[in-house]
Write a protein that binds this ligand. Structure first.
Ligand SMILES: Cc1cc2nc3c(=O)[nH]c(=O)nc-3n(C[C@H](O)[C@H](O)[C@H](O)COP(=O)(O)O)c2cc1C
Length: 202
């Protein structure tokens, strides 16, 4: 009987100890100024505040509208501003000229629909995959602006290729920027989880 009571006390002590330990660890991850977040909220603890989202720019080039649609979705989710990149001069023969331009590392003249790029800290850069690369206009955009200390987030659309092979120009042309994980955004359902993982959704 004495032995049973001893085991009972030991079990109660263990349960109490575990409960106290759990309280301690959850308190340490919660900002004391906010109420305890739900499990899904703790996963997005890097979410930026509203004032930070005002410095988000979504710059994109889109030839037939697919990348533009993704850019608009990102803007809806994040509140970021849109900036369209266009080639100053249209291609004479797209199929002939654009690949040579990419392979030769040409930076064709571009227009961008906003001129205060320096005011933004987080810059999405979107484009269609052309010949498994980013179109040359994207290289111009990266080379023409100072992205030092800023975060660049690449995204693309494509027929089938993913974004990986096109990412080298970001590292080559913007060595002092942080290049975040890019997205091949062919499935619109991937956009929201990607933004959440980047900590850009509250
Ligand atoms: C000149 C050219 C080259 C392309 N090269 C590729 C390619 O190498 N791999 C691929 O998956 N898709 C390729 N595509 C398909 C486009 O990436 C795809 O249609 C994209 O969604 C178009 O985006 P946009 O509507 O924003 O221009 C190419 C399209 C064009 C016009």
């Amino acid at each position: 009987m004495k032995k049973q009571r001893g085991i009972f006390i030991l079990v109660v002590a263990l349960v109490l100890g575990l409960a106290l330990a759990a309280c301690g660890s959850s308190n340490s991850s919660v900002d004391s100024s906010t109420s305890a977040p739900a499990a899904s909220e703790t996963e997005t603890s890097e979410a930026v505040s509203a004032s930070e989202t005002e410095t988000i720019l979504i710059a994109y080039f889109s030839n037939t509208g697919n990348t533009e649609e993704v850019a608009q979705k990102i803007s809806e989710y994040t509140g970021g501003s849109l900036a369209e990149i266009q080639r100053a001069e249209e291609y004479g023969d797209l199929q002939e000229e654009d690949e040579a331009e990419i392979l030769d590392g040409v930076h064709p003249e571009i227009t961008v629909s906003v001129d205060n790029i320096a005011d933004y800290d987080t810059i999405f850069v979107g484009y269609p995959i052309w010949w498994d690369e980013a179109p040359a206009m994207i290289a111009t955009f990266l080379a023409d602006n100072d992205f030092s200390g800023k975060t660049i987030i690449p995204f693309c659309t494509s027929a089938s290729d993913d974004i990986e092979n096109s990412l080298h120009i970001f590292h080559e042309l913007c060595p002092d920027a942080e290049i975040a994980e890019g997205l091949t955004a062919n499935n619109p359902d991937d956009i929201e989880p990607w933004l959440r993982e980047l900590g850009l959704l509250e």
